[in-house]
Write a protein that binds this ligand. Structure first.
Ligand SMILES: *[C@@H]1O[C@H](CO)[C@@H](O)[C@H](O)[C@H]1NC(C)=O
Ligand SMILES: *[C@@H]1O[C@H](CO)[C@@H](O)[C@H](O)[C@H]1NC(C)=O
Length: 111
């Protein structure tokens, strides 16, 4: 094999082997977030365009009925509706990304 052929082959391999990585992530509260901060995050998201009916009684995300789960759902919804940029998951430094879909039963998180 000539060095030109080898070079061509190497180029070919390097172009076809670019790995396609799909990184999905969801915005959730850090596990140690205080209840006050969780509530503040809910209030913030709900007054900034997020549809919060899913976390109200009868909504798809009312259960699990914990402040953490409710905050988690609306924080991710806020992140989703704001272009999925990192800044949209800060929440006073209480936001954190997870790579496992937090959806539970009928509560489906935006991806
Ligand atoms: C939560 O934990 C992170 C590190 O894991 C820390 O930086 C942060 O200050 C903690 N927040 C609270 C409210 O304790
Ligand atoms: C941000 O966090 C600080 C300290 O943890 C707290 O005093 C403040 O009220 C929080 N602000 C908002 C908007 O949640």
């Amino acid at each position: 094999m000539s060095s030109l052929q080898l070079l061509t082959l190497l180029l070919l391999i390097s172009t076809v082997s670019i790995p396609v990585v799909t990184c999905r992530q969801w915005c959730t509260p850090m596990p140690n977030t205080s209840d006050e901060q969780l509530q503040a995050n809910i209030d913030f998201a709900c007054s900034n365009g997020v549809d919060c009916t899913p976390i109200q009684p009868g909504g798809n995300c009312y259960n699990p009925n914990t402040l953490f789960d409710h905050a988690s759902y609306v924080m991710n919804a806020y992140y989703h509706s704001h272009g999925r940029v990192e800044d949209a998951c800060r929440f006073n430094r209480s936001g954190c990304f997870v790579v496992v879909d937090p959806s539970k039963d009928s509560c489906v998180y935006y991806t």
